[in-house]
Design a protein around this ligand. Structure first.
Ligand code: BEZ
Length: 202
């Protein structure tokens, strides 16, 4: 299977962490391409008309996207513990946590594009602050439940780990650890997993 990827993308990282945790990493061939929201990449667009990574191309040519769909697909290919709990409260908790973590990423990546890519004269400081407000509120919400994460390994905690890793990568001055000490304690342990270490952004 070919995975359209970039070493800095936290959404790609989520897929790669799931692949490592489920023993499927060797089956993914990473395809790196030049990516920009304003410069189309024809190879990627042929797999995902939205021009977004990650996109997974199966051996029969079928393409899957986005990261949520790819992670759930990978979870059908192995016989170990499920990353997507099948039913009940565990399932809805994992999916809600994934939605919250992906929302943190959507806000953080949007603000990053605004400050790093948009021409300076067109930047909108209030909008960037609005995006930062979204991810800070979401982190505050995670802080209230981090004490319950324990050793849980599922798509919810994986997505949260990748979101926190992205904040450390692109927002090293944010200071989220000071505001969210329980979350920071949990992340210290989670970030030491081989799946997280081997997929750290660059
Ligand atoms: C980044 O460089 O911050 C980035 C790269 C790909 C997707 C999202 C973010």
């Amino acid at each position: 299977m070919k995975l359209h990827a970039s070493p800095a993308s936290p959404y790609v990282r989520k897929v790669r962490v799931v692949a490592v945790e489920t023993g499927l990493a060797d089956r993914l061939e990473l395809v790196a391409g030049e990516l920009s929201p304003v410069k189309p990449n024809a190879t990627l667009n042929a797999s995902n008309p939205l021009g977004k990574i990650p996109a997974l191309v199966l051996d029969d040519g079928t393409a899957l996207y986005d990261s949520r769909v790819i992670c759930e697909y990978l979870d059908t290919l192995h016989a170990g513990s499920r990353m997507f709990p099948g039913s009940g409260a565990a399932r809805w908790t994992a999916l809600r946590r994934q939605a919250l973590a992906d929302g943190i990423l959507d806000a953080a990546v949007s603000a990053r594009y605004e400050t790093a890519l948009r021409p300076e004269a067109l930047r909108w400081a209030d909008w960037v602050e609005g995006q930062r407000g979204k991810f800070r509120r979401a982190l505050d919400a995670l802080e209230t439940e981090a004490g319950n994460f324990d050793e849980t390994l599922d798509i919810g905690t994986i997505a949260i780990g990748c979101a926190l890793g992205y904040l450390d990568f692109r927002y090293p001055d944010d200071g989220w650890r000071g505001r969210c000490p329980e979350l920071a304690k949990w992340f210290d342990g989670f970030a030491a997993r081989p799946s997280m270490k081997s997929t750290a952004p660059s």
